[in-house]
Design a protein around this ligand. Structure first.
Ligand code: DC
Length: 222
């Protein structure tokens, strides 16, 4: 095998993808790709530039000029550290709309494939298994109910000091994002036919990480 193995992890918002992906990457010494952070960085740029969310020609120009740098714990776009800014409700509430635009997806998918060119990567998002890395040796679909994901998001927002948002509000916004992400025309969120589905409700984070690490070791013979 000329390319190191790739682990692709897809799933809806709040299923625990980021936490699990980071831990798997740490355990196996692999690169970590948070593709959602790239869509969030572009959304942040669109909001900063005060462009209309459907202004595809200008959004295309903005994406072409955008330089996104992802490091282990930072997201930098055009030399601005947006690590915190891309997690605000303002960005979160608009990111699905921006991520549905063809001009945005084509450019970001190209960058993601470039990052994963040599393999040795754990990539998480919505279309990692189905579209970006269809050749991935380990494919996971991580999911949980809307109610469970809303509970986790609420805790996450509290931990980030971003206030107390009601569960009902979070359930509605998660359901709305699920709907946009899974019904858009280009690469909608769906479980790849050859992905292993893991429902994260009754499992601890460690159990999920162990299961994925074991799958990787099997294919990588490590
Ligand atoms: O994983 P996240 O919540 O940070 O992702 C933010 C948004 O980006 C999500 O609502 C859908 C979009 N996204 C996407 O369309 N494709 C990806 N590969 C990753 C994220």
């Amino acid at each position: 095998m000329s390319q190191l193995p790739i682990i692709a992890i897809d799933g809806p918002a709040g299923a625990g993808k980021s936490t699990v992906t980071k831990l798997v990457a740490d355990r196996l010494g692999l690169l970590f790709l948070d593709s959602g952070a790239m869509y969030r960085a572009i959304t942040w740029l669109v909001l900063e530039a005060q462009l209309a969310l459907d202004d595809e020609p200008n959004i295309a120009l903005l994406v072409d000029r955008a330089k996104i740098v992802l490091t282990k714990d930072k997201v930098v776009v055009n030399d601005v550290d947006v690590t915190e800014a891309i997690r605000t409700l303002a960005v979160t509430s608009k990111v699905s709309t921006i991520a549905a635009l063809g001009v945005v997806r084509v450019a970001l998918v190209k960058q993601q494939q470039e990052i994963g060119r040599q393999g040795g990567i754990v990539a998480e998002g919505r279309d990692m298994c189905t579209n970006v890395f269809p050749q991935a040796q380990v494919k996971i679909f991580l999911t949980a109910s809307v109610a469970e994901r809303a509970k986790r998001r609420q805790q996450d927002l509290r931990d980030r000091g971003q206030g107390d948002v009601s569960l009902l509000e979070l359930e509605q916004s998660i359901a709305e994002r699920d709907k946009i992400d899974s019904t858009r025309e280009i690469s909608p969120l769906q479980k790849a036919v050859d992905a292993v589905e893991i429902i994260t409700v009754r499992l601890t984070i460690d159990e999920v990480v162990d299961a994925i690490v074991a799958m990787y070791r099997q294919v990588a013979n490590k």
